[in-house]
Design a protein around this ligand. Structure first.
Ligand SMILES: Nc1nc2c(c(=O)[nH]1)N[C@H]1C(S)=C(S)[C@@H](COP(=O)(O)OP(=O)(O)OC[C@H]3O[C@@H](n4cnc5c(=O)[nH]c(N)nc54)[C@H](O)[C@@H]3O)O[C@H]1N2
Ligand SMILES: Nc1nc2c(c(=O)[nH]1)N[C@H]1C(S)=C(S)[C@@H](COP(=O)(O)OP(=O)(O)OC[C@H]3O[C@@H](n4cnc5c(=O)[nH]c(N)nc54)[C@H](O)[C@@H]3O)O[C@H]1N2
Ligand code: SF4
Ligand SMILES: [Mo]
Length: 725
């Protein structure tokens, strides 16, 4: 614990200031300062010293204490006493809980083989030791089904890696130097708040800021220009931009000659992608497309900030391929503030193997994508070994996975043994046989990378664990011991030992940074050039096989792949058919052109971006956050509402062949005609009709990286009572 201030010796009150880190799955990874009085946390604030956090947290985490001390926290292990889904439990001891889990896992393993057990986890916390990979060594050694976790940015990462490699790209702090900022499918004001001051500064210095988004979001309203686009057609716009840039000779020929491959093939390919064609696909005026291309090319340095939402449709991968090609075409990489900003996570030398331990995995083990969990549990998805036990931690699949009705059917199976480690009885925990209490970030130690900036952050624990809550690391130590895995030191490592292994400390990026210095100061900028000088690809040096931007991708010959981070480091990926090595357009599956019958029955697109006050489904049960976010709504354009007789505030039913959801209509021109919006995160248990929007989402993958297709969803909407049939 870091004691910065032990200020009141003459009274009995003991006040400490502890340096922490926000644990949430958010690009900003804020450095937090926690004030503790007599062992009780009394304030959580943003660090004033850390430049990116700059003294402020966001609406989601500023009231973190509401979560830590919430009366509904799960504080003790629980065993189910009622029917699955009823949320009826009795308190048991940790010894009983661990013994029961070990016995059931052993029984399932003996009867059906270890693959009948599957972990389900994501990013409830993104700390390196308690986050994404915390259970991987345990389940690898057990021989459990490998969980493929491609909820977020997997398709984007495959596409980006195919094109420019696993590079950090542009430093977000360099954006002050950008002359043209293209924010593509990212709602910065809600999802990446701390980036905005850099964009605002650039704008003040004369940069143009353009937002491409079907919705006139708060971010779009603050920009210089908002370009509404039909969901899933972004690839058409990006390809038409290339067409104009090449056609009008706006390319940086020297940069192309020295630092790219496949330019001649690209020129030929983009001939067909005219602005006139793209206008039909995207709904954007031809002149708007031309002007965008010209301004993007000629206002250097220009930067594209891509949001995760750009991957969530059938052609999401190729869209990110095209966007990753654009900066090289115009030489944007030459100067700080030019290029593309996706996931600067790649700048961190995280020692992933120490957390995944892929060598413990049996080659050829069954792999199931969590996106298909409902199908996997109900037999819809054919499995070599059907599933009989689940262990869920750091995730709430009932809200975040698609095909909700089928998932609930699967979780209700009496022959399925489900363990959930949680802070609260979430919609998923209601289906658990055993619930285990998890600590919050104030009660655990961790060390953080960031996927939005170039600072490592340390989380010192500030209070004792509440009740009998334990960090995920301790949970897996206990389980490993019960299963007899403690013959291997991997499974007895302390948190301190894991933190010591978190990074490759000898990597150049970590020069001058140690565990001790991080713990003491709370954060450190990686050892990379200052934002005023950071131009990592001025001289090419892309992290592709050729070292160049690969318009013609050499990796494409190997077929579609999932970046190991999203698949427990599995080394036996099956690539399948080669991918077309040049950028190309793949339209959404659910559109008039691709499926006219479906589009006739379900003419409205549904997108489900992030809610402002929740982080995924986290905080959606907390009163303050509920007050800010309000109940789940369906935003619908006034024209579409009028056509259906829908009034503002009315209860409506949104439906398609996959499901039906009741929501409050918000009739608002912020969304373009033909597009409806329902922010993700509200819990099913708080929803009208006990269903959330995930009931409507498809289970098909995008073209690359097995990415989800949440934005590739058509629905119809009717006032409640009118019925759909
Ligand atoms: N407040 C808040 N912040 C969060 C989160 C949260 O839940 N709440 N979640 C965190 C996580 S896990 C992530 S991945 C990030 C994601 O953060 P973002 O990348 O910003 O993702 P979204 O909010 O899903 O979508 C961003 C914007 O894309 C638009 N959009 C949707 N489909 C399309 C499309 O097909 N084309 C285009 N051009 N635009 C489209 C939406 O209208 C939305 O305004 O946010 C992180 N930060
Ligand atoms: N329709 C639709 N669905 C989506 C998306 C979308 O845009 N639209 N976005 C997708 C994206 S980008 C993402 S990243 C995923 C997010 O999916 P998830 O990562 O599953 O996100 P959450 O719903 O926040 O669930 C995290 C859970 O972990 C718990 N938790 C937090 N900290 C800890 C801890 O230390 N230990 C344990 N044991 N538990 C903890 C929290 O209480 C919470 O219930 O959702 C995906 N689903
Ligand atoms: S959720 Fe994001 S913006 Fe909010 S405090 Fe955490 S890291 Fe900062
Ligand atoms: Mo995400």
């Amino acid at each position: 614990m870091t004691l910065l201030d032990d200020s009141t010796p003459e009274t009995t009150t003991r006040e400490l200031t502890v340096l922490g880190a926000c644990p949430q799955d958010c690009p900003d990874t804020c450095a937090m300062v926690v004030t503790v009085r007599d062992g009780v946390a009394v304030d959580v604030a943003g660090s004033k010293e850390q430049p990116y956090t700059n003294g402020g947290l966001c609406v989601k985490v500023d009231n973190y204490l509401d979560k830590v001390y919430h009366p509904d926290r799960v504080l003790y292990p629980l065993r189910r006493t009622g029917p699955k889904g009823a949320g009826e439990f009795e308190r048991i001891t940790w010894d009983e809980a661990i013994a029961e889990i070990a016995a059931r896992f052993t029984q399932v393993k003996e009867e059906h083989g270890p693959e009948a057990i599957m972990p389900v986890s994501y990013l409830g916390t993104q700390g390196i030791i308690n986050g994404l990979n915390v259970g991987d060594p345990f389940f690898n050694r057990l021989g459990a089904t490998v969980a493929e976790r491609t909820y977020c940015d997997s398709g984007s990462c495959t596409a980006y890696a195919m094109t420019i490699g696993d590079t950090a790209g542009v430093d977000p702090e360099s954006l002050v130097h950008s002359r043209f900022i293209l924010i593509w499918a990212a709602n910065i004001m809600s999802t990446n708040l701390h980036l905005w001051p850099y964009i605002a500064e650039a704008k003040k210095r004369g940069a143009k800021v353009v937002v491409v988004d079907p919705v006139r979001t708060k971010t779009a309203r603050q920009a210089s220009q908002h370009i509404p686009i039909r969901p899933g057609t972004d690839g058409a716009l990006a390809l038409a931009m290339m067409h104009v840039i090449i056609d009008e000779g706006l390319t940086d020929d020297e940069y192309i000659a020295n630092h790219t491959i496949g330019y001649d093939e690209l020129v030929e390919r983009v001939q067909q992608y005219t602005p006139e064609w793209a206008s039909q696909e995207t709904g954007i005026q031809v002149e708007t497309i031309r002007t965008l291309a010209r301004e993007y090319a000629t206002s250097q340095p220009s930067v594209i900030r891509i949001g995760v939402a750009v991957e969530r449709h059938a052609g999401g991968g190729q869209t990110v391929r095209t966007l990753s090609c654009l900066p090289a075409l115009v030489g944007a990489w030459r100067n700080p503030g030019g290029g593309i900003l996706q996931l600067p996570l790649w700048a961190f030398p995280v020692n992933w193997p120490a957390f995944m331990h892929p060598e413990l995995q049996t080659p050829g083990t069954q792999v199931v994508n969590q996106y298909l969990l409902g199908q996997a549990l109900t037999g819809e998805l054919e499995l070599r070994t059907p599933l009989h036990a689940l262990m869920v931690y750091n995730s709430n699949p009932v809200v975040v996975a698609p095909d909700q009705a089928r998932l609930l059917e699967g979780l209700s199976r009496e022959d399925l043994f489900t363990v959930v480690s949680e802070h609260f009885i979430t919609d998923t925990a209601r289906y658990a046989d055993i619930v285990l209490p998890a600590t919050t970030q104030l009660e655990q130690e961790d060390i953080m990378f960031s996927w939005g900036h170039l600072y490592a952050t340390y989380n010192n624990p500030s209070i004792e664990p509440r009740g009998e809550a334990v960090p995920n690391t301790e949970l897996f130590r206990r389980l490993a011991a019960a299963m007899g895995f403690d013959d291997d030191p991997i499974f007895t490592r302390t948190d301190e030992q894991m933190i010591a292994e978190a990074f490759d400390w000898s990597a150049p990026a970590m020069e001058g940074i140690t565990v001790a210095s991080l713990k003491e100061k709370g954060w450190a900028r990686l050892n990379v050039p200052s934002p005023d000088e950071y131009a990592p690809h001025r001289e090419g040096n892309f992290r592709t096989p050729s070292g160049k931007t690969e318009f013609l991708s050499s990796a494409a010959a190997g077929g579609n792949f999932v970046v190991p981070l999203f698949r427990q480091g599995s080394n036996d990926h099956q690539p399948g058919q080669p991918v077309d090595p040049l950028p190309h357009y793949i339209p959404p599956r659910e559109t008039t052109s691709a499926d006219p019958d479906l589009a006739a029955r379900y003419p409205l697109n549904l997108i489900s971006p992030k809610s402002h006050a929740f982080i995924n489904s986290s905080y959606a049960n907390i009163e303050f956050h509920q007050k800010v976010q309000k109940p789940a709504t369906l935003i619908i354009n006034p024209d579409d509402a009028a056509e259906r007789g829908i009034e503002n505030g009315a209860v409506v039913r949104a439906f398609n062949d996959r499901g039906s959801v009741e929501l409050l209509a918000k009739v608002d021109a912020s969304t373009m005609p033909g597009v409806t919006v329902c922010y993700v995160g509200h819990w099913r248990s708080d929803s009208l009709g006990l269903a959330t929007l995930s009931s409507l989402n498809p289970t098909r993958f995008a073209d690359l990286g097995n990415a989800p297709t949440f934005s590739d969803t058509l629905i119809e909407v009717a006032p409640v009572g009118a019925g759909e049939a």
